[in-house]
Design a protein around this ligand. Structure first.
Ligand SMILES: NC(=O)c1ccc[n+]([C@@H]2O[C@H](COP(=O)([O-])OP(=O)(O)OC[C@H]3O[C@@H](n4cnc5c(N)ncnc54)[C@H](O)[C@@H]3O)[C@@H](O)[C@H]2O)c1
Length: 300
């Protein structure tokens, strides 16, 4: 059984966790700090970032912490964070793209994208690309993109990415999380073509008790919890991301999640992806689209 006790010593590693102030991101950052990593906690505002840093340092850890301000709903914020990071750091061993938003009331990013597509996918795409030169120059580095089983009902509606036609909150969430899988798998294919020593891995946490469900009404939430047979704690939801980030046996181009039987046995297993998530033509189309709208091109 793989648990956070299996995390190898992370001393000397530099790891970014986006959305580190809450839920799964917080538990991910805490475990990596305990294991000795230098963890960059990215949050939208300095107050929350400082609170998180203070809370984590109350635990016994071998690592060190710093904060970074990053709002994934604004490309200017993504660029400012990435440029600052590149100027002040010589290595980036792991980027964990964890931050996310689920079924908010209809809203848009600064650039006009539907909020979930913009934050969960576009923002992380740009962040990954801008940091890629440093990731690539760090030996044995990894990029972990946090998706969700919500990808199952997702599809990329290329003609409605700004929700100009209609808005269906859960449909757009599924779209954004499918886009995260395409990002992760297509990146691994492209990395393999370049020969860079980087792994791109997707993780999905299962169903966990976090603030992600804040926009769900009580009845819908209760029904969803019943459907999935109960919720796990956020530290359990962090295990697939942690496995992808640090486990020597983890493979690129794979989605790791909790056991597929729905039970939690502490082992992040390789998920069997549905065929639409493996559609390389759509993944490539989405990649080209994301490069065009963000102006960020990588990995070559
Ligand atoms: N909780 C679950 O059951 C579950 C299931 C599947 C996938 N996930 C995924 O796990 C990840 C973490 O979710 P969680 O459950 O911990 O939720 P959470 O709401 O507790 O935490 C989300 C984090 O993302 C940050 N965030 C939101 N919008 C942001 C923005 N514009 N810019 C920067 N940061 C932003 C929040 O500040 C917070 O730190 C998400 O990607 C989510 O889609 C969660």
């Amino acid at each position: 059984m793989w648990t956070k006790n299996n995390i190898p010593d992370q001393s000397g590693k530099t790891i970014i966790v986006t959305g580190a102030n809450a839920g799964i991101g917080y538990e991910t950052a805490l475990a990596l700090y305990e294991a000795g990593a230098h963890v960059i906690l990215t949050c939208r505002d300095q107050h929350k970032a400082d609170e998180t840093l203070n809370k984590i340092t109350e635990h016994t850890g071998k690592g060190s912490l710093e904060t970074g301000i990053l709002d994934l709903s604004s490309l200017a914020s993504v660029k400012q964070f990435a440029e600052g990071f590149l100027q002040t750091h010589q290595q980036l061993d792991v980027l964990i793209s964890n931050a996310g938003v689920m079924i908010p009331p209809a809203s848009k990013t600064t650039e006009g994208w539907e909020l979930q597509f913009g934050v969960n996918f576009i923002g992380h795409f740009a962040l990954t690309g801008l940091l890629y030169p440093l990731i690539k120059s760090t030996p044995n580095s990894r990029i972990v993109t946090v998706s969700s089983m919500a990808y199952v009902r997702g599809a990329i509606n290329f003609d409605n990415l700004k929700s100009e036609k209609d808005y269906d909150a859960m449909r757009e969430y599924g779209q954004s999380k499918l886009a995260d899988i395409y990002l992760s798998l297509e990146l691994q294919r492209r990395i393999e073509a370049t020969g860079d020593n980087v792994l791109s891995i997707a993780a999905q946490p299962g169903a966990n008790k976090t603030e992600l469900s804040r926009h769900m009404d009580t009845d819908a939430f209760a029904a969803a919890v019943e459907r999935v047979g109960g919720l796990m704690d956020p530290w359990q939801g962090a295990l697939p991301s942690l496995y992808a980030a640090v486990e020597p046996e983890a493979k690129g181009g794979v989605l790791y999640g909790p056991d597929q039987d729905g039970g939690y046995r502490g082992y992040p297993a390789e998920a069997v992806l549905l065929p639409h998530a493996l559609d390389e033509a759509v993944a490539k189309k989405l990649w080209d689209f994301a490069e065009e709208v963000t102006g960020v091109s990588f990995p070559a």
